[in-house]
Design a protein around this ligand. Structure first.
Ligand SMILES: [Ca+2]
Ligand SMILES: [Ca+2]
Length: 201
C-alpha cells in the first residue's frame, strides 16, 4: 500500500497541469532524484518480497519434511512412553504365542520392559486396566527359571515379580504377564490375555 501512495505522490508532483515545477530545468533537477529514489524503493520492495516468499517457502518445506518424518517414525496406534513406542491391545485376548505373532505383524514385538521407570509409566498408562493381565515378551520356555526376552534373545533386563511369583505352577507356567502392580509367570497356551507390543523403531 505504501509503495502505491508514494507512486501517486510522485506522479502528481511531475504531471500536475500548472505544476509546482513550471521550469523544465527545475523539474529535471528535482524530479530525477525523486524518480531514482522511487525506482530504488521499488527494487527494494521487490527484493524484500522475493526474500520473504523464499523464506516462507523454505519454512513450509521444512515443516512438510518434519511431518513426513513423524508419519514414518510413529507406527499406527502406538503411543510414546518415555523414549519408545508401545501398543496396548484392549479388545481381543490371545494366548502368549498369538500375541507375540500379532505384535510382529504390527512391525514390533511383545513389550520388553527395560527399566523401573518404563515399567511404572506403562503401569500408569490410561489404556492399561490393572484388573486385566497383559502379556509381555518374557518367558522361560527354553530353560526353567531362566527368564529371557523373546524380543532380544537375551536375559530379560527388568523383572518385578509379585509375591510368591514366579511359582511355575504345575511346572507349566513359562510366559510372563503384567497384572496389577507386578509380573506373574503363567500358562502360555491356555491363558488368553490382552498384551502390550513395542515398536522396533
Ligand atoms: Ca516356568
Ligand atoms: Ca505363576
Amino acid at each position: 500500500m505504501l509503495k502505491y501512495t508514494f507512486l501517486a505522490f510522485c506522479l502528481f508532483f511531475v504531471y500536475y497541469p500548472n505544476g509546482i515545477l513550471s521550469d523544465t530545468a527545475d523539474q529535471n533537477h528535482l524530479v530525477k532524484p525523486l524518480l531514482d529514489m522511487m525506482v530504488s524503493i521499488q527494487e527494494q520492495i521487490k527484493t524484500c518480497e522475493a526474500t520473504q516468499i523464499n523464506n516462507t517457502n523454505t519454512r513450509f518445506d521444512r515443516i512438510e519434511e518434519q511431518l513426513e518424518a513423524m508419519k514414518e517414525e510413529i507406527p499406527q496406534n502406538f503411543e510414546k512412553i518415555g523414549s519408545r513406542y508401545f501398543y496396548f491391545e484392549e479388545n481381543r485376548k490371545e494366548n502368549w504365542f498369538s500375541a507375540a505373532n500379532i505384535c510382529r505383524q504390527k512391525g514390533g514385538s511383545l513389550a520388553s520392559i527395560q527399566s523401573d521407570e518404563e515399567f511404572t509409566a506403562i503401569k500408569r498408562h490410561p489404556k492399561r486396566d490393572p484388573n486385566e493381565h497383559y502379556w509381555l515378551d518374557i518367558n522361560d520356555l527354553a530353560e526353567e527359571g531362566m527368564f529371557m526376552s523373546v524380543t532380544t534373545g537375551q536375559i530379560a533386563p527388568f523383572l518385578m515379580w509379585a509375591h510368591t511369583e514366579p511359582n511355575n505352577l504345575d511346572n507349566l507356567e513359562h510366559c510372563v504377564d503384567l497384572y496389577w502392580q507386578h509380573m506373574h509367570d503363567d500358562f502360555c497356551h491356555e491363558k488368553y490375555y490382552f498384551y502390550i507390543c513395542q515398536s522396533e523403531k
